[in-house]
Design a protein around this ligand. Structure first.
Ligand SMILES: [Zn+2]
Length: 219
């Protein structure tokens, strides 16, 4: 059984790799947003508490979040269901609370898996997208758009949306680094961090993740 925290920057291919792992390890991917919506829909006690904060436009406190996660993962333990946490923890207190929760359950985090891609490569990937002014089709030019390139669908003019511009992406990277670096250090200090090189196509990254996890599971 695998209990995994998945870390990686925007453009790291984290979502794709989470899907690959779901298949290979028959794991469930837990996103905290989905979890919250589910609890609220079921009108559970924790769901009602979460909703009170969300209705006011406030963040759901960590103890409520952990409460929901605890309930769900305990159910997974009873049927040895592997799971992957994507997008949680986001902060150091959440990371600490997560390890506390697992300790109380009497189990260990398998690892925090970081899909490691150099920032220059992330920026290159993310700023490669161009959009057609005419039909909104998108095209990727990771090595820069040739001057004469036009929309492959309709021949229209290509432009970069603000979200895809380099300045915007550099900003997103700054936010990512500020939030994630403390988490990386935290898991590293606990001996719980595994780095996997995220360069290359999704298949080679998936292979690297698999080999690394096999080693982690054996040790
Ligand atoms: Zn077009």
């Amino acid at each position: 059984m695998i209990r995994l925290v998945l870390l990686g920057g925007p453009g790291s291919g984290k979502g794709t790799q989470a899907d690959r792992m779901k298949e290979r390890y028959r794991a469930v991917k837990i996103s905290t947003g989905d979890l919250l919506r589910e609890e609220i829909r079921r009108e559970s006690e924790l769901g009602r508490r979460a909703k009170q904060f969300m209705d006011k436009g406030e963040l759901v406190p960590d103890d409520v979040m952990i409460g929901i996660l605890d309930k769900m993962t305990q159910a997974f333990e009873t049927r040895a269901q592997s799971y992957i946490l994507d997008g949680f923890p986001r902060t150091l207190p959440q990371a600490q609370a997560l390890l506390e929760m697992l300790k109380k359950q009497g189990v260990n985090l398998t690892t925090a898996l970081l899909i490691d891609v150099p920032e220059s490569e992330l920026v290159r990937r993310l700023s490669s997208r161009w959009t057609c002014r005419n039909c909104s089709a998108t095209a990727g030019y990771p090595d820069g758009k040739p001057d004469q390139a036009v929309c492959g669908q309709c021949g229209g003019e290509l432009y970069q949306r603000d979200d895809d511009k380099k300045e915007t992406i550099l900003n997103r990277m700054k936010v990512y680094r500020k939030n994630t670096e403390p988490l990386i250090r935290f898991f590293e200090e606990k001996g719980l961090l595994t780095r996997v090189e995220g360069f290359g196509d999704p298949d080679s990254v998936a292979m690297r993740i698999h080999e690394t996890l096999e080693r982690t599971l054996k040790s």
